[in-house]
Ligand binder design. Sequence first.
Ligand SMILES: C[N+](C)(C)CCCC[C@H](N)C(=O)O
Ligand SMILES: O=C(O)CCC(=O)C(=O)O
Ligand SMILES: [Fe+2]
Length: 415
Amino acid sequence: MQALHRLTSLPRLVPRVVPSLIPRAAFSVSSVVNHKPNARKQLQGTGAVPQRTSTFHHFWLRDHCHCDQCYHPITRQRLVDTFTIPRDIQPVATDSTEEGLRLTWPDGHQSLYLWDWLHTHSYSPVLRSSEPLQGKLPKLWDVSIAKNLPTVEFEQVMETKEGLKEWLYQLETFGISFVENVPITIEATEQLGRRISFLRESHYSKGMWCVAADLSHADTAYTTLPLDAHTDNTYFTEPSGLQMFHKLEVDGTGGDSLFVDGFNVAEELKKLSPTAYRTLSNTRIPSHSAGDEDILIVPTPRGYPILNHGPDGQLFQVRYNNNDRSTVDHLSSSQLEEFYDALFLWSKILKDKKNELWNTLDPGRAVIFDNWRVLHGRAAFTGQRKLCGAYFPWDDYKSRARTVRMTPQDKDRLL
Ligand SMILES: C[N+](C)(C)CCCC[C@H](N)C(=O)O
Ligand SMILES: O=C(O)CCC(=O)C(=O)O
Ligand SMILES: [Fe+2]
């Protein structure tokens, strides 16, 4: 049984290490609930210091040394060769300092683990309330959001960091943001989009695209037909993260834009019928884009559910376009019945007027929305109508949203 170490916090600021027997080659950090300085102040001298024990493997600690030799100070990439660390490695000396836990390894190598970092990365137990890198929790909305539409001014976004931060905050929180007073040109619209990230190319365009009723691409978007609420790119393995629209020309009737918060619809479905929610979370739906010549795009694997969840059970992506759905031929007859029952319930909630946000999207007002959450559609129209916009990659959008609200130190604490 290897003598192991236990970090026990004291009313004074710094936890310390005392030996105790734990049946694994691991460290136990029994410390104040939160190492954050302000938490320490709150707890200092209170006597009743809530104890919480985090356990860290010696090997894990050595593998996660962030000194300049083990972790590139600029690129933040691991340099230490994980596979040369003995699996039964143990520190030969332990020192709990004001800033963190300092360990000395048998080869004399020293590692310092800041208390904040240890607290953030406690995995046994997990102390984090949410995934810190995922940003703000979404605020669900229905048509009542029209009373206070998430909106920013073009100039603010283009000229100020605060404006960009507010724009990205609205996107992360509501999944949609309207931009007022955008010059009615494709160039200005592109500059606006590029405040977030580079644009995602696709078979529709090399960057910015414009859609009009000219069937320039073999897709119903390029007609005057109405389009029910949908997310784009259900046929891509990774649907575009964001989509931006700016109507540059209009001379006719109709063609208003529809937006629905898919996370809100999902929440309502879950309350109404947990069975239907489960069905739409487990039923893979094949999809395709096959109109254009030499194009036959289908996702890998062949289909994804409408409601997609992470390992933490959180809904992170809605994928729904009933027009782009391929032939469903992989379900048993009972599963098919269940699927259609759930699909009808989903559609009923989706089309409930209380969930529909309509907007004329007049030239000069652009909109950008989270294509993994917010569905969009349009009313039929007559006459001329030219809508320009762009697709954006998810990860680069989320990276931009994180870095505008973080300091470099935050980055190091969270990685
Ligand atoms: C946006 N843009 C006009 C380029 C393409 C529209 C294609 C829409 C496609 N049915 C989908 O749902 O993804
Ligand atoms: O024409 C519109 O308003 C949008 C059409 C559409 O759904 C799209 O281009 O993805
Ligand atoms: Fe679309």
